[in-house]
Design a protein around this ligand. Structure first.
Ligand code: ATP
Ligand code: MG
Length: 498
């Protein structure tokens, strides 16, 4: 072999700017939901307290989408950088932005036209528009007259006024139905709102829970002044269980080495039906690592090679914070919807230990044991009739998780006026346990009355009496029990009143 040159010699350079057609390639991995999340990222970075996502209809047909925020806005000196593909700025410690791509990539993945209108405090309104067809050939961005930008920004859309804010507007949205059929469009919008709320509620759950931002959806008819009533995005916290599945968990497993990386390993209680456990799919699909960067969820689940997904591992979820140290082991994709792990990541997992010595394989074994025990225990328990109205939703979830449900109608527990001082009555035709309203105020103390009030008392009554709602008729033993409970509980509640 000829002598090998350690470096390549050059004899000049030519400038090769990217062909504008590269614009077509960006954002290809976005869905409608992830694209919206990218825009909300920018609003959060701009310290917006409110973000409105508005579908605009004209003569029945969906024509545009607006994402409006009341953040600090963009001044005339920064608007061009904001519209530049890859126009990176100096990012702060807590900023979600990183690539200088999000706004453009997210928008062109969904729409042919992107308009950015913004106003910083005490600055004139500014506007720019990209049309994908122009961008593909010339990289020429249109400027929008100040008067139009100002007019749009001045409209009251129900966001608290901060004196600044930004509108991102999409036109010619590829995914919108090309019909003006009212019921079709309505169904489309409601489905999109549900899907997008679920995604945003999960991705931004920490940021929503901390009260930093409120995100709402609405629909506006271009020819009417009043929009539909707003639907607020609720946070969906994938670690929000009522009770841990195993004592001692969650456990923090710390990777060895000089890079600090902590895996907070959780075990969900078995067979939960909670929305934040199911996450709109089968529970087994959502096991694994949940990567957060600056409180924004990048990836909901997946074992990243540490383990193969397994139905028996469905209770195992791990919180991982990506800070500067961890960035050496992981990379996020530009859509911020996944992370890619580097080879060192699996070493970090292998080396990770809790203070008590627990390793990842111990954790997996424990999660499997909890799952198996939950399945077995649930099968050996006597099935019960589900609690219905009057019980807190949390109780219903827990009971679903613990016990097989009987097919019968659920048992309700409710308050009504009695003409005597009995504490409760059993109504088998209505499947209802009636509680005597005259004791309600006293039992509540200074708490508010509500459909699901007094959960502890109601749960104890349910445990005691659920049995008598089973079967076609009341046996003599049941009847006698009911008389006994009436006598005892009425005496007790009277004593309490005194
Ligand atoms: N809603 C907004 N409010 C204020 N400034 C914004 C808003 N949206 C975009 N910007 C400005 O435009 C810039 C470009 O946004 P873009 O999403 O394309 O990139 P980025 O947020 O910097 O990085 P990333 O690609 O990681 O999202 C932002 O850095 C910010 O300065
Ligand atoms: Mg961004």
């Amino acid at each position: 072999m000829a002598e090998w040159a350690a470096s390549v010699p050059t004899d000049g350079s030519v400038e090769l700017p990217p062909d504008p057609r590269t614009m077509e390639a960006i954002g290809r991995n976005h869905s409608f939901e992830t694209a919206l999340a990218d825009l909300v990222d920018n609003s959060v970075d701009a310290d917006a307290t409110h973000v409105l996502i508005r579908f605009v209809r004209d003569q029945g047909r969906l024509c545009s989408l607006y994402v409006v925020d009341n953040g600090h806005g963009i001044g005339p000196e920064r608007i061009d950088e904001a519209m530049t593909v890859g126009g990176r700025r100096a990012y702060g410690e807590a900023d979600l932005g990183w690539f200088g791509l999000g706004l453009k990539a997210a928008s062109f993945s969904q729409a042919n036209q992107l308009t950015l209108l913004s106003r910083a405090k005490e600055a004139p309104a500014v506007g720019r528009r990209w049309r994908i067809d122009d961008a593909k050939t010339r990289f020429l961005c249109d400027t929008v007259p100040e008067s139009f930008a100002e007019h749009e920004l001045e409209q009251d859309r129900g966001l608290p006024d901060t004196g600044s804010g930004t509108i991102v507007r999409w036109d010619q949205v590829g995914g919108f139905p090309a019909t003006d059929n009212e019921s079709h469009v309505e169904r489309f919008v409601s489905q999109k709102v549900v899907d997008a709320s679920n995604h945003l509620g999960l991705v931004f759950h920490r940021i929503i829970e901390s009260g930093r931002v409120t995100i709402v959806f609405d629909v506006q008819d271009a020819r009417s002044t009043s929009p539909s009533s707003p639907i607020e995005v609720e946070s969906i916290n994938p670690f929000d269980y009522h009770r841990t599945g195993a004592t001692g968990f969650p456990k923090d497993l710390k990777a060895a080495g000089d890079r600090s990386l902590t895996f907070r390993c959780h075990i969900w209680p078995p067979r939960s039906t909670a929305r934040q456990f199911k996450l709109g799919g089968r529970p087994a699909d959502h096991q694994g690592m949940y990567f957060y960067r600056r409180d924004r969820l990048l990836q909901p689940g997946g074992w990243e090679g540490v383990h193969a997904p397994h139905p028996k591992l469905q209770l195992a979820r791990v919180e991982v914070e990506i800070d500067r140290d961890a960035e050496a082991l992981l990379r996020m994709n530009p859509e911020k919807s996944r992370v890619q792990v580097r080879p060192e990541f699996s070493h970090a997992c292998e080396s990770a230990r809790a203070e008590d010595g627990t390793s990842f394989s111990d954790y997996f074994a424990q999660a499997v044991r909890v799952y198996e025990a939950g399945n077995k225990r649930r099968k050996t328990r006597k099935p019960m009739i589900r609690p219905g109205r009057g019980f807190s939703p949390g109780l219903r979830d827990t009971i679903d998780a613990e016990i097989e449900a009987l097919g019968a109608d659920p048992v309700d527990i409710r308050w009504r006026d009695f003409d005597d001082d009995r504490f409760f009555d059993i109504d088998r035709t209505e499947q209802t346990i009636w509680l005597n309203k005259r004791y309600r105020k006293m039992l509540l103390g200074d708490r508010h009355a509500g459909l699901n009030d007094l959960p502890l008392l109601k749960t104890m009554i349910y445990l005691l009496m659920e049995d008598v709602f089973q079967g076609d008729y009341l046996g003599s033993r049941d009847k006698d029990n009911i008389e006994l409970w009436k006598s005892l509980l009425t005496t007790a509640v009277r004593a309490e009143r005194r």
